[in-house]
Design a protein around this ligand. Structure first.
Ligand SMILES: Cc1ncc(COP(=O)(O)O)c(C=O)c1O
Length: 354
């Protein structure tokens, strides 16, 4: 129940489009179809009321390369970044490999949601702080940041002259029907001009192995700086990634809704289970198919190893910044979810009989 992809086949329209592309037979170098740029522009407007232009889009083979480009090209050698933790581990890795300084800013549980400690965030800005990394919706915490929360982050970025790199790859896996995703760049033109937004249909439509992602960057200079590695170390998406993305956006809507309904029921099952398990706790998952489970109450020094001994593999929390936690990927068939829960129950009860 670990790496963040699901166990579901991609939508039939995506598979058909990829099959057609294969049947075409010529797999030469390619570039993004104009229709895909237009589809992204139309989707941002329809879903978020966010008006972008086709020329703002920079295609990438994945969102992770985008994190690395941000760390390398939006920051000078001596610049410093802010990193909310816990966080999908490739953000930190990008900064470490780029040898850029950073400060971890712990998220806090407030009203049952993982949110910024805004005072601590502001106090972590120092001379040379250039970049705020944001993951919205949050992996592993499952938070959909509200418009008001994002406005306050935007305000900080304006006041302290920070760039924002916002990874929004989970923005279409919203499990709470009454909540909406707000791209931080959509808040105001002055926020947009200092923001790189990373996104991809990889997660929502489950074809990350075919790879297609992009950055949306309004500001010309920022876009040119970000794109410096293109065709040097960073390649374009594959021909299958392009056609898969376009097909998903054109015809994957019903499939996506059905998947979200299924994932929501999995989430509810997991939350009930954790709520009834002594020693475990978990915040409500607003988005993503990931549960961030606090195992501190088990008083076991290595909950990851404990669960493994009972036949269930989760992601170790240390990967995301807190070893007391485990991350549970519930993007799977209900029967497999039940099996995993049975094994976790047996691990939990073993700690009580010690
Ligand atoms: C927040 C976040 N960003 C990026 C990725 C990976 O993106 P890609 O496969 O497009 O590189 C993941 C996958 O788990 C993720 O959760």
């Amino acid at each position: 129940m670990w790496v963040a992809d699901t166990d579901f086949r991609a939508p039939p329209v995506v598979l058909a489009a990829m099959r057609d592309r294969l049947d075409h037979g010529v797999m030469g170098y390619s570039s993004a179809p104009d229709a895909l740029r237009e589809a992204i522009v139309a989707r941002m407007l329809r879903l978020h009321g966010w008006r972008i232009e086709p020329g703002w889009i920079v295609f990438l083979p994945g969102v992770v390369p985008g994190l690395h480009l941000a760390a390398r090209h939006l920051m000078a050698d001596r610049d410093h970044a802010l990193l909310p933790i816990p966080l999908y581990h490739h953000f930190k890795r990008a900064l470490e490999l780029a040898r850029r300084a950073h400060t971890d800013v712990p998220l806090v549980l407030s009203g049952g949601r993982w949110v910024f400690d805004e005072e601590r965030l502001a106090a972590s800005v120092r001379s040379g702080t250039r970049l705020l990394f944001l993951c919205n919706p949050q992996n592993p915490g499952g938070t959909i940041f509200t418009r008001a929360e994002l406005e306050r982050l935007g305000e900080l970025a304006l006041q302290r002259d920070l760039l924002i790199c916002s990874d929004e790859i989970h923005s279409e896996i919203l499990l709470d029907a009454d909540k909406t995703h707000v791209p931080i760049a959509s808040l105001a033109p002055e926020i947009s001009r200092r923001t790189v937004t990373l996104n991809s249909p990889n997660k929502a439509f489950n074809f990350p192995g075919a790879g297609c992602a992009w950055a949306i960057i309004e500001d010309d200079r920022l876009r040119q700086a970000f794109s410096a590695d293109h065709h040097a170390t960073i390649h374009d998406p594959s021909v299958f990634g392009y056609v898969g993305a376009l097909a998903a956006y054109e015809g994957g809507g019903d499939w996506l809704q059905a998947q979200i309904d299924y994932l929501r029921a999995n989430r509810d099952r997991l939350e009930r289970f954790v709520g009834a398990s002594p020693g475990l706790a978990m915040a409500h998952v607003e988005a993503t198919y990931l549960g961030w489970i606090d195992c501190g109450g088990l008083r076991d020094p290595d909950p990851y190893a404990l669960f493994m001994r009972h036949g269930v593999a989760l992601s170790p929390g240390a990967q995301f910044g807190d070893a007391r936690f485990l991350r549970f990927n519930f993007g799977t068939q209900r029967a497999r979810l039940e099996l995993a829960l049975e094994r976790i129950a047996s691990a939990v009860s073993s700690t009580r009989s010690r």
